[in-house]
Design a protein around this ligand. Structure first.
Ligand SMILES: Nc1ncnc2c1ncn2[C@@H]1O[C@H](COP(=O)(O)OP(=O)(O)OP(=O)(O)O)[C@@H](O)[C@H]1O
Length: 396
């Protein structure tokens, strides 16, 4: 039976649907381009087509309930029908860009300079050489003349003080009339460039650090992001704690403009674990810029190659998550020795591992995450159309 009141127009329906927010993507379904079609019949039956990012999206039931209850309240709507569709890979990647952009817009203010490239170095589990990769890339980038911040977010398992050979206590002081004292990073000159390093290791010794376990963890990372008097930086490398827990998600929320570099070993088992880090990156909309395989084949003095930890793990992970394999650092005693001496091998070493670290830094600086220029607008590839849509949503 036709309703007494005239059915809504298509525009009416669309504006009601702007109230339906995809909880995971953090924006409404219209702005996200999830509603390609709305048909309103003369009898007041409204048929809405909704495209999900993936067919089996777990939020489908929530979205359905929300659409039905909102439209059901609208005068002139006799019934609501939903037809489900699935996005094409291109549509999905557009939606992810939009969600990433929204997350950036809504992120809380941090003290990290807005014009520096933030790269979080992550792995699914400990011991794969994540900290070694962070330290070596930091010195290799600084040796090219960049100002490189290093944030040791491995709060209780910190290793940057030892790896970078810095032991000074960090001071806190009022900077530029700031209300609260700010943490002053420890600095180290590397050739024409400079490192600025922040680590709990500069606040406590290794035995005290254990007491922090679980306690102030997320808070400590938050403080490192908001209360540090960073200088001008071209890069900020974050040594992430191993795993994919709260601290990682917290960091992603606080610094959604970070991109992620994933470290794995040639072992297939490590590759599966590292994939979890990639999944976490995807859930928090952080783009994965590449995979570094560490502890790749060891080459002995006689030139024989030994794949001690197997092979193919880096390549397999890169293929699985559709990111480039940007380097394979061999297992080499010089890497461990450099770590122990506080002089990362990439500082001036002449072996294959040092050369590979420098090559990865070069790829990052020239191709993958070149330093930002003043005119760069960091929109993560958002198309103008999607930006308009999102802006319109914010205006509403
Ligand atoms: N390419 C390499 N060749 C030889 N030794 C290496 C190499 N990479 C790392 N190591 C050694 O392996 C050990 C683990 O490395 P590292 O501490 O960087 O791993 P991690 O993933 O950061 O671990 P954690 O998450 O526990 O901090 C260290 O003793 C380090 O010196």
């Amino acid at each position: 039976m036709a309703p007494d009141v005239a059915p809504p127009t298509r525009d009416d329906v669309m504006s009601v649907l702007r109230g339906v927010v995809d909880p995971e993507l953090g924006a409404d379904v219209v702005s996200l381009g999830m509603v390609p079609d709305v048909v309103v019949a003369d009898d007041g039956v409204v048929t809405v087509t909704i495209k999900l990012t993936i067919g089996g999206c777990p939020l489908r039931a929530d979205i359905k309930k929300d659409v039905e209850s909102r439209l059901g309240l609208h005068p002139g709507v006799a019934d609501v029908r939903i037809e489900w569709g699935e996005m094409t890979p291109e549509e999905r990647s557009n939606v992810m860009s939009t969600a990433r952009w929204i997350a950036r817009e809504r992120a809380p203010h941090t003290a990290v300079p807005t014009d520096c490239q933030v790269v979080a170095v992550a792995s699914g589990k400990g011991g794969v050489g994540k900290s070694s990769v962070t330290a070596n890339l930091a010195v290799a980038l600084a040796a090219r003349g960049f100002r490189v911040g290093v944030l040791d977010a491995d709060i209780w398992g910190f290793s940057m003080p030892r790896l970078l050979g810095i032991s000074d206590r960090m001071e806190a002081e009022r900077v530029d009339g700031s209300e609260k004292p700010k943490i002053i990073p420890n600095k180290k000159q590397i050739g024409p460039g400079e490192l600025e390093v922040v680590s709990t290791g500069f606040l406590v010794d290794e035995s005290t650090a254990l007491m922090w376990r679980g306690l102030m963890l997320t808070k400590a990372v938050e403080q490192f992001l908001s209360d540090v008097a960073w200088g001008e930086l071209d890069y900020l490398l974050i040594d992430m704690p191993p795993g994919t827990g709260d601290v990682q998600m917290g960091l992603a929320r606080l610094l959604p403009r970070a991109s992620m570099l994933i470290v794995t070993t040639p072992a297939r088992a490590a590759q599966k674990v590292a994939q979890r880090a990639a999944d976490m990156a995807a859930r928090s909309f952080l783009p994965v810029i590449g995979v570094v395989e560490n502890m790749s084949a060891f080459v002995c003095d006689h030139g024989e190659t030994y794949a001690l930890f197997g092979d193919g793990g880096g390549e397999a992970l890169a293929t699985a998550i559709d990111a480039p394999l940007i380097g394979q650092v061999p297992l080499e005693p010089a890497v461990a020795a450099g770590n122990d001496d506080g002089v990362p091998v990439a500082t001036g070493g002449d072996g294959a591992a040092a050369a590979e670290f420098r090559a990865i830094a070069e790829r990052l600086a020239t191709e993958i995450v070149p330093p930002k220029t003043d005119t760069d607008v960091d929109m993560a590839g958002c198309s103008a159309r999607l930006l308009d849509a999102v802006n319109a949503a914010f205006d509403d």
